[in-house]
Design a protein around this ligand. Structure first.
Ligand code: DGL
Length: 258
């Protein structure tokens, strides 16, 4: 089935572009529309009802632009709002959740770390996932202030190194062999995280799994685009400087008020 409508993605800010990159690579024919709700970032410390309301506003924006499928490119929005979104809208949704399952199944030390926002770690969806792996030692850590620093373009700052050291040391002491990045912003910190973690610790994020799931849903449910190079459109409701910088040239960002 052919369907040339775009795939919509949203996040509280620039983090979901790590998912967009995976989708772009796997599905180059698809048009994509990415929405960064940076004005309201971070979502991670907000109560559930606020996260639901912000997610609905983002979905309305993407549906106004005729998206055939929506990728909630934010763990915090997925774990707090995807059930409500699925109840309210007919469009298919794909969410992103911390990849505890592959980490727990592959772990040889039986100890894994999860770095995520407070909103994700305190969600019901996350607690249920953790319950399934009661035999694994799961060290949970809230990444306080990491998203704010990334949104502020301070990925390589001294403060970032200090915070990452503080958050990762207890995991290293607990002998983790897998670190799950449970926030779509965090893949941008992999170079800094790599410098702190011992070599045997594998870093896992869910980006490629989300792209494969998107491919599956396009084939099974919505239809795929015809064979040509797809377009990529970016919107933000805040200063576009940091988003433009991480995307690089060739991807203009439009500032919108919403
Ligand atoms: N990228 C979002 C996530 O995956 C960031 C959360 C936030 O805005 O705090 O959780």
């Amino acid at each position: 089935m052919q369907n040339d409508k775009p795939i919509g993605l949203f996040d509280s800010g620039i983090g979901g572009t790590s998912i967009w990159r995976e989708i772009r690579q796997l599905l180059p024919n698809e048009d994509t529309i990415y929405l960064a709700d940076s004005k309201n970032a971070p979502y991670g410390m907000r109560p559930k009802q606020e996260i639901v309301a912000l997610s609905e506003k983002n979905v309305d924006f993407l549906l106004d632009r005729d998206c055939k499928l929506i990728v909630v490119a934010c763990n915090t929005a997925t774990t707090n709002a995807i059930q409500e979104l699925r109840q309210q809208y007919k469009v298919p949704f794909i969410g992103i959740e911390p990849a505890i399952k592959p980490a727990a199944l592959k772990s040889k030390t039986n100890s894994i770390g999860v770095l995520a926002t407070k909103g994700t770690l305190s969600s019901e969806l996350f607690s249920k996932a953790v319950e399934t792996f009661q035999d694994t030692n799961i060290i949970e850590q809230v990444g306080y202030n990491l998203v704010a620093l990334i949104e502020g373009g301070q990925m390589e700052s001294e403060e970032m190194t200090r915070l990452l050291n503080q958050y990762l040391q207890p995991m290293i002491e607990a002998n983790i062999d897998h670190l799950v990045l449970g926030c779509s912003h965090y893949p941008y910190l992999i170079p800094q995280i790599r410098k702190i973690l011992p070599e045997n610790v594998q870093i896992i994020d869910s980006g490629s799994a989300v792209a494969r799931q998107t491919q599956h849903l396009l084939k099974m449910v919505t239809g795929t685009a015809e064979k040509r190079i797809g377009t990529s459109t970016f919107f933000t409701n805040s200063d576009p400087t940091v988003l433009s910088k991480i995307l690089g040239s060739g991807y203009p960002v439009e500032r919108v008020d919403f």
